[in-house]
Design a protein around this ligand. Structure first.
Ligand SMILES: [Fe+2]
Ligand SMILES: [Fe+2]
Length: 454
């Protein structure tokens, strides 16, 4: 008998298996990146593997009968189903502005879902570490980071959709780990782009090939990172503070300055605990280990309160320096129960002034950092110098829609887009840089209905 292929939605399959049925696909199920997520010969009798497939965004699964594939109900009888198609997407909005608002909303919602899954996987891993003497299952963390990596690769502004308003310490650690992972990943991508541009520029401007001496003069940390290395680095960012799970909460939560002995305990999260956990789980990948061990090391010779103290900044790889910057940026711009979030505009300026002039590699990283962080991401709300609040439709320009009058009252008619180019600035329309922009998550709460889709 010829093989017959039916395509069936993952939700329908979950329903069948939940009712006691079984499936065997008869073909390998791959995710969008071509990674195997369900093997053809596996008989699925519980929903776990199907939920995992769903998590990877697969909506329809092919089942090929005639080989060993098939679909059976709880009594073992074959289930007869018709081939399904993916449900039609919501109708696309018509105007260019609506299309952009729709896009921003989609991104905000997708980021919220990814963030929630990522935090859950970290919470599970940290609980396992506490309960199993340091052992945890790395696979869900690896899957999470790969998903985040793909998401960030497609949406470089994704970081601005992350929340920075956290009250409990546990929540802060999950959130901070996620934020450092996403911000750090975008910086690494910009670092690579800059590196590529620099090398191309160099090659285009000198007719002869680079001499051996010149090639040697390029510091080791100046390298282009391949995609699989970037993914490992992202996993390192996500897990950079795992060692904190072995530090007493009362010390981590202390509001005032730490005593000398307390500071020693905190330092151990990176200088000892992180590496111990990685080793216990045989995760000896150098990217994970170096990020965990050195993410509080000095970025320049005289920097204070850094550890391990004996480490020279020259021995710290670029990706570890990126982790430290993402860490500082997130910590300073996050709101905690005992402190307000700082204005990211000022934080970027402070980081720039502290680190940019120290050495070439650091300058290069800071350049990538400033490009990655971007100050006015799409979906955020800024204050204009005349007192109006404006929604950022596009950070290029930036293109804004002012939605209040100069006294902060909602406008009664739907306003037009304003591009804050030189001409607009000369006309007196400017962003008030003294006031912190509201990130897209916060901004969503105050937007008028015409600037959001839900
Ligand atoms: Fe840390
Ligand atoms: Fe950290």
């Amino acid at each position: 008998m010829a093989d017959e292929e039916i395509r069936i939605s993952i939700d329908k399959l979950i329903e069948i298996v939940q009712a006691g049925g079984k499936i065997r696909t008869g073909v390998d199920v791959l995710n969008k990146q071509g990674r195997l997520i369900l093997e053809r010969d596996v008989l699925v009798a519980d929903v776990g593997p199907l939920l995992r497939v769903k998590k990877f965004g697969v909506e329809l699964i092919s089942i090929v009968s005639g080989g060993n594939g098939g679909l059976w109900d709880e009594t073992g009888q074959p289930v007869v189903v018709k081939t399904e198609t993916v449900p039609a997407p919501k109708p696309a909005p018509v105007s260019e502005i609506d299309r952009r608002i729709y896009e921003i909303e989609g991104l905000r919602q997708a980021a919220a879902e990814k963030a929630s899954l990522a935090k859950k996987s970290l919470r599970n891993a940290l609980r396992q570490i506490q309960e199993n003497g340091g052992k945890f299952d790395f696979e869900p963390i690896d899957d999470t980071v790969r998903e985040l990596f793909d998401f960030v690769s497609q949406n470089e502004t994704a970081f601005s959709y992350l929340t920075r308003e956290i009250f409990s310490y546990d929540q802060y650690l999950y959130n901070h780990s996620l934020n450092v992972c996403v911000i750090g990943t975008v910086i690494m991508k910009k670092f690579n782009e800059n590196f590529n541009a620099m090398v191309n520029n160099h090659l285009n401007n000198i007719p002869t090939s680079i001499s051996a001496a010149a090639a040697k003069a390029v510091p080791q940390s100046f390298k282009y990172f391949q995609n699989d290395e970037l993914q490992d680095i992202s996993a390192g960012f996500f897990m950079h503070d795992m060692g904190k799970v072995l530090v007493e909460k009362s010390i981590l939560n202390k509001k005032g300055r730490l005593s000398k002995s307390e500071f020693e305990v905190v330092k151990a999260h990176s200088t000892r605990n992180g590496i111990q956990i990685l080793e216990k789980n045989h995760l000896i990948n150098p990217y994970l280990c170096k990020i965990s061990h050195y993410h509080h090391a000095r970025l320049f010779e005289d920097e204070e309160r850094c550890y391990p103290a004996e480490t020279s900044p020259l021995d710290i790889p670029a990706y570890v320096k990126v982790c430290k910057l993402a860490d500082i940026f997130d910590a300073m711009t996050s709101k905690r129960c005992y402190k307000e979030a700082l204005n990211p505009v000022g934080v970027v300026a402070d980081i720039f002034h502290k680190y940019a002039q120290k050495d070439t590699l650091l300058q290069f990283i800071i350049h990538a950092f400033v490009r990655a962080v971007g100050i006015y991401p799409s979906g955020s709300v800024v204050s204009l110098i005349n007192g109006q609040l404006a929604y950022v439709l596009d950070s290029e320009g930036p293109a804004l829609i002012a939605f209040t009058d100069v006294d902060g009252r909602p406008l009664t008619t739907k306003p037009d887009i304003v591009v804050l180019d030189k001409k607009a600035e000369e006309g007196g329309l400017k962003i008030d840089r003294r006031k912190a922009p509201m990130d897209p998550v916060q901004a969503h709460k105050i937007l008028p209905a015409y600037l959001k889709t839900s």
